[in-house]
Every structure is written in C-alpha cells, then in structure tokens.
Design a protein around this ligand. Structure first.
Ligand code: ATP
Ligand code: MG
Ligand code: MG
Length: 608
C-alpha cells in the first residue's frame, strides 16, 4: 500500500475502532423520518461519515476535498458515507443543484449506494439479532428536509424543558444584545417566559400566525458565554418560502446549526467531519444532541464533530458567492466554463477525476487551512494522462510549408506518402495513427526564422530539420506578402531519409518539427486557456478579486489536427505532441466541427 499522507482523522477513526466503539443503533423511535427508515437497519460495527452539501450552487474543487475525505475514509475503514442534501434553507435551493451535485460526486468516482449483492462485512460477531447490516442495494442518499417533522418535535421538546424560547426582539436588538467577544450579551426581555407561553407562541409561528422575521425560536443557554455561538443561538425562523421538497408545508425553517447535529444523529453518523470554521459551533452541537438524547429523542452513542482545514488552490476562488458573480457578470461563460474551479468546469477543461482525487488525497487532512499550488494539480493531470492519452500532431499557429522538390522525389504532386506513428509509445493496443505527406504541410509559425538566434535548430535558410515521422527537409527560404508577412516557408525534401527506413539517420539534424498535411489535416477550433487570475491568492486581504482577472485567460485559434482525430469523441483526451494535453470539448465538439480545449502544457511553464 502506498504511504498515506498525514491525516489526523485516520488516527481518530483507528482509535475509535480499536476501543471497540459501537456506533448508534438505528433509532426506531423517530416517526416521520421516512428516508431514515428506508435506509434499513444499520450495521453497528461500521463507521459512518457524510458529505452534506447545501444544494444552492455547483460543487467546486474545495468540495472535492470534503467528498474524497468522507467517502475515502468510509471506504478505507469498511464504513459507509452518506450523501446528504442539507436543504433546510428554501430560498436558495434548487433541484438543478441537487442533480448537478449527484452527477459530480459520481463523476469523482464515489457511490452512495451499497451495491446489490455486496457483502456487508464487519458485523459484530455472536449477536446476530443486534448485528444489523446495511442491506445490499441500500441507498445512502438523504435529504435533511425529510427530518423537518422530527426537528420540529425536537424544538417543542426543548421548549417544554425550558431550554428554548420564542424571542420577539427585532433583528437589530438581537444583534446588539448578543454583545461581542469583549462584552457579555444582555438577556432578551422575552427570555423568562414560561414553557407554556413559549409552546403556544412556537405553535402560532408554525401555524402561520406571525409575519416573516417577526420572531425566532432561540436556545436558552448563556448570554455571557465567551463563545458567541452559545449566546442563545437561533433555532427556527419564520419564512414563507416554497421548499423544493416540502413545498408550502412549512412557514418556519430550522437554522443550519440546529438542523445539522440532528441530521447527523438521526443517520447514526459516527464521525462528522467538517471544516475549521465550524469549530466554535461544536459546543452547541454537543449541547443539542446531549439534551435530545437525555429526553429520549436521540439514541446513544451520539455523533461527534471533528474539524479539518479547508483546501485552497492558488489562482482560484471557491466562495460560491464569488463564483456566482463571475458567472452572472459575464466574466466567464457559465458555471461549466473551463476556467472555473467548479467540478463541472474542471471536467469540461479536461481534468480527470483521477487527477483531482490524487491531488486532494496528497494533501491529507490537517488542522490548518492549506494553500495548494495549482501546478500540483497539473502535475497529477500529466501523471494520469501521460500513461493513457493517445498522441496526435496538431498545429496551433499554422503557416504553410511548400516542398519544392515534391514531384521530383515522388514522381507526382498527387502522390501521398503514407506515414504512421504509434498512438501511444507504451500502449501498442491503442494501435497506429496513419497520416500522409503531400506537397504542402501546415507547420508552426515559430518553427521558421529568417535570421535565427544562436542555438535555433529548426527551419532557417540553409538548415536541415526533420519532419517528425517523415523526412529530413532543407529550408530554402520563404514567401512574403506586400506587407512583408511570411505567407509560406519553402523547403526541399532530402530523399531516402524517411523515419523508420534504413539509412534514415544518415543525415544528422538537430531539430525535429511537428506538422499536419494540408490535404488531410482537419481544421479545428483550439481554445487555449490560462489561469483566470493573475494573483495566486485572488481574494487575499481587501483586494477585489475582479481586479485581478487575467485578461488573457482564454484565446481561441484556428489550427489543424492530424486525420486520426476525425473520430475524436466529446471528452476524449489527447496529448498533442509538443503542445500539451487537450480534450475534445464535451459541449461544442462535433465530428466535422472539432473543438479542443487545452488542459495544460507538457511541463510546468506557468510564470516562465
Ligand atoms: P462555500 O463556502 O464555498 O459556499 P459551503 O461550505 O457553504 O461552500 P456546502 O455545500 O455547505 O458549501 O459544503 C459542503 C461541504 O463541503 C461542507 O462540509 C464544507 O465544509 C465542505 N467544503 C466546502 N469548501 C471546502 C474546502 N475549500 N475545503 C474542504 N471542504 C470544503
Ligand atoms: Mg454551507
Ligand atoms: Mg460557506
């Protein structure tokens, strides 16, 4: 097994498994939790993690960290990872995002289904009755909104225990009375109401008798707590909004801080891994699940929250708000623009799930937020594609090369001299690419110089160079238009120098150039992408990230590709020799109208 990068979460899981910990049994006493029941009896000897996205936007590279960590740890320790939509906030959530999130988790290679017929394993021995398993064919797809009934009952329970109250202060009063880290808060004048009064008020809230924003339900904890999150956090608010799952059934909605611990507990999550910004929420998380367990509403053992550092990638912003701004203000062409750090964007750019997983896994899990250089991701992309992408020749900045002695060498201008090359140097099963030489070829404009600098070994008058997989040619000059621009490069073939034939090496040359036949090359749109931002930390400090957008992040050119690419399929990746890795655009590429996106170059050349 490869050495795993440092990951303190593994140590926690291993400690728990060693201590023979018994995750919570399925809690049968929570009617209304349809999805929960549908999951069937849960295996008590398994760890259980979850990835809980809010369906209010597209997943980005930071989410890939959380996905791979949660699904990866569950896999590594024989556990289960739930995909749970944290859909408790009706205004911003949409089915479109639910679908896109499912698609991307699956694309990254993870599944929330226990395959039918899979051995569940890991059940505690001896006690067959209590050793439930996650039945084969079980789906671990959950919606927090399916727990709204339970959450509401939990709220009434807290009220009945004088652990929560309805507060009718204005939002401004609540803010002022919360205090700050230097000043203790001030109790609300509504804090001392009796449980009976609060219960009546809460039911009125639920029944739609109070306007939006007029009152909230708050936990009754400690307005002087040094942890602001413990100063009577809000549990429920009044909000008339149609929910994508529950429609207009509710006009009160739970707050994330109240909903999330309950979701974890109902699903018998053992290890609730979240990002560092939730550390100060942990005391409330524990407060809540402890009280609900004491009241018999939740089963023990209770879930525990652990925090890990966020993944930040250089030259990228990952805040959903900022990504939305890039799309809505037209700085990019949609959520799946190949320059976007969304997973749909990265997929369209050509990044493979393997390369993203490898990058994310190489960063392990740490207790601090980390910055990973973008070149690390490109390194993993190259490592992945080097071994599997078919090679091809492409000319990105074409100029015509005319072979002056072509008819002399081959007897006719109509002759086509067949050439070939392996599709991949180490994968003979990918077969051979076929293309041919004719009197006119496309070559890169930069492969000819009238007056070359020292060390330039490509075409200049009098110099010999090899056409890759073809012949040695000797440059004789060039043609220009009235403005003095070079319109064609002229050369003569050196007979008997064809690659792969005896004596091909008799003429020694220092340069080799790539080419595509004018007669059989395919015109293609090539989209050359660069970083979207010019600064490694686009949103550092008070900088406006829009001020550091790279104006040259997208360049579209018309090039030519070799005929073997005629059958390229959308999303198929190639190594264009010399140029780097390209992918046939999954939206716009068509046979007959090919479009290729540049993923990355062959070497790390950024900044050079
Ligand atoms: P954003 O702040 O970018 O809008 P979010 O955290 O609000 O994202 P959620 O849908 O709530 O988005 O995120 C789902 C999970 O992904 C959460 O557990 C969150 O902590 C995790 N996550 C989000 N961004 C990162 C990141 N950069 N690194 C690691 N985990 C992340
Ligand atoms: Mg969130
Ligand atoms: Mg957020």
């Amino acid at each position: 097994d490869a050495v795993k990068p440092s990951n303190f979460l593994r140590a926690i899981i291993e400690r728990d498994l060693e201590q023979g910990f018994q995750p919570a049994r399925h809690f049968a006493g929570s009617p209304g939790d349809a999805a929960h029941h549908a999951a069937g009896p849960l295996d008590p000897a398994r760890i259980r993690t979850r990835f809980p996205p809010e369906p209010n936007g597209y997943l980005h590279i930071g989410h890939a960290k959380s996905i791979c960590l949660n699904f990866g740890l569950a896999r590594d320790y024989g556990g289960v990872c739930h995909l749970r939509f944290d859909d408790t906030n009706p205004e911003k959530e949409e089915q479109e995002y639910v679908d896109a999130i499912k698609e991307m988790v699956a694309w990254l290679g993870w599944s929330w289904e226990t395959p039918a017929g899979a051995a569940s394993g890991g059940a505690a021995s001896g006690d067959a009755a209590s050793a439930g398993t996650d039945a084969a064919g079980t789906s671990h797809l959950f919606y927090a909104s399916n727990y709204f009934d339970f959450m509401y009952r939990a709220a009434e329970y807290l009220v009945s225990q004088d652990l929560a109250y309805v507060d009718e202060q204005t939002p401004e009063e609540m803010r002022v009375n919360r205090g700050d880290f230097r000043t203790p808060g001030t109790n609300s004048p509504f804090r001392s109401r009796s449980p009976q009064e609060n219960l009546a008020r809460l039911r009125e809230m639920r029944d739609g008798q109070h306007p939006d924003g007029s009152m909230v339900l708050r936990a009754k904890i400690d307005m002087a707590s040094p942890n602001i999150n413990m100063r009577d956090p809000t549990l429920y608010r009044v909000r008339r909004a149609t929910h994508h799952n529950t429609g207009d059934q509710w006009c009160i909605y739970p707050m994330y801080t109240f909903a999330h611990p309950i979701e974890d507990a109902l699903e018998c999550i053992t290890h609730s891994f979240c990002t560092l910004e939730f550390e100060d929420q942990r005391p409330f998380y524990d407060w809540l699940v402890e009280h609900l367990a004491a009241g018999g509403l939740l089963a023990r053992p209770l879930p525990h929250q652990y925090e890990f550092g966020r993944l930040n990638l250089s030259y990228v912003v990952t805040s959903k708000r900022k990504l939305r701004q890039l799309v809505e203000e037209g700085h990019v062409q949609g959520w799946d623009d190949p320059r976007m750090p969304t997973l749909v964007g990265m997929r369209r750019r050509g990044y493979t799930p393997e390369s993203i997983r490898a990058m994310v896994e190489s960063t392990g899990a740490s207790k601090t937020n980390s910055w990973i250089d973008y070149s690390v991701l490109d390194g993993y992309l190259r490592a992945d594609l080097e071994g599997k992408a078919a090679r091809a020749m492409a000319v990105v900045d074409p100029v015509k090369l005319k072979l002056e002695n072509y008819a002399e060498v081959f007897g006719s201008l109509d002759h086509r001299e067949a050439c070939s090359a392996p599709a991949h140097p180490h994968l003979p099963e990918l077969g051979q690419r076929a293309f041919s030489l004719g009197p006119e070829l496309w070559i890169e404009r930069e492969d000819f110089m009238e007056t070359p600098p020292k060390g330039y070994h490509r075409l200049y008058p009098g110099n010999k160079t090899r056409l890759k997989y073809g012949y040695v040619i000797e440059c004789t000059g060039c043609e220009k238009n009235a403005q003095g621009d070079i319109t064609a490069v002229l050369a003569r073939l050196v007979p008997d120098t064809k690659s792969g034939t005896p004596g091909a090496d008799a003429v020694k040359v220092k340069g080799v150039i790539t080419w595509v036949g004018v007669h059989d090359g395919i015109a293609a749109e090539l989209r050359l992408y660069d970083r979207l931002f010019t600064e490694a930390q686009p949103d550092a400090g008070d900088r406006n990230f829009l001020d550091v957008i790279n104006p040259h992040s997208k360049r579209v050119v018309q090039g030519f590709v070799e005929p073997s690419l005629a059958g390229a399929q959308p999303d198929q990746k190639f190594q264009f020799e010399r140029h780097g890795y390209f992918v046939a655009d999954r939206k716009d590429h068509q046979t007959g109208a090919p479009v290729f996106n540049k993923i990355t170059g062959l070497k790390d050349s950024f900044g050079k």
